[in-house]
Ligand binder design. Sequence first.
Ligand code: BGC
Length: 255
Amino acid sequence: MLLEGKTMIVTGGNSGIGEAIVLAAAAEGANVVIDYVVHPEETADVVAKAQAAGGHAVGVKADVGEPADLQKLVDAAVDNYGRLDVMVNNAGIETRTSLLDTTEADFEKVINVNLKSAFFGAKLAAQRFIAQGDGGLILNISSVHEDWPMPGNIAYCVSKGGTRMLARTAGVELGAHNIRVVNLAPGAVATPINAETMADPAKMKELNASIPIGRMAQASEIADVAVFLSSSKASYLTATTVFADGGIMQGSVGL
Ligand code: BGC
């Protein structure tokens, strides 16, 4: 098994890509810490599925926009499993608003959940990795929109652009500690964040036509890449982004 004995934190591990990463990692033998915001029962189902898949999991109450709460996730990894190996900064939201329509409250919420949490998640995990003395991985679940505009979703794009530089700069800063920092950038994935598009057949037709592979990804296809990146098979990857987008960023009508 690729992740036997490794301990991971997966923020936003209750649903969508995060849940798929929890289950794929558990099936490879990992111990996983998942956050929930208010209701413990939100994680109970994922925790049970992770145990059934062959791993171990625990839910911890935490607001990922608060560094003190992120520290609770690191502490839970150490208290329950003795160490931390991989910090997956996955929690993410979007407002689907343009510059002219984005309020200060919208902007702050998106930046807190998508970028501030990844920044301080990286910092706190790196501190733990340095104390352990044998390296680690910070894996940010980014988006094609870390480098590709999505008009009408600008705060999200700005937050993901921030994680692009987080991976590159922190990757350089932490390389000497054998800490890798990698972004995994999906394109369109069949998860709740895309529920509105998925409910509209005309939009789905247009979206699928714009993807060279011809369809959205399943969350498990992104999770498989996350497992590879978390394993020793990806030991030379750092300070960069791995795109798993079905070719959407390179799509061209050829005219
Ligand atoms: C966004 C989706 C969008 C997809 C492809 C994702 O990062 O969350 O809303 O459909 O990128 O553009």
